[in-house]
Design a protein. Structure first.
Length: 73
């Protein structure tokens, strides 16, 4: 599963898509996820999209938000 397939129906411009993709790739690397079909990927993408919709634009910040959302307290 790629982030592009999940965000294709959303209204983001090309710059936004590039930032979202970079954040997604960063999160996967940080979490050591190499299986693109892992169900956790969809959760990561959802958290990144939520962050972008709330105004966060920095890929690193978006990635960290997604990672933190997965952490168990």
């Amino acid at each position: 599963m790629t982030i592009h397939r999940l965000i294709q129906r959303l209204s983001f411009d090309q710059d936004d898509i590039e930032r979202l993709s970079a954040a997604y790739e960063d999160a996967l690397r940080a979490l050591h996820i190499s299986d693109r079909d892992d169900p956790i990927n969809e959760i990561i993408v959802q958290r990144i999209i939520e962050g972008a919709r709330s105004g966060v634009r920095d890929p690193h910040d978006l990635s960290q938000m997604a990672i933190k959302a997965l952490m168990v307290p």
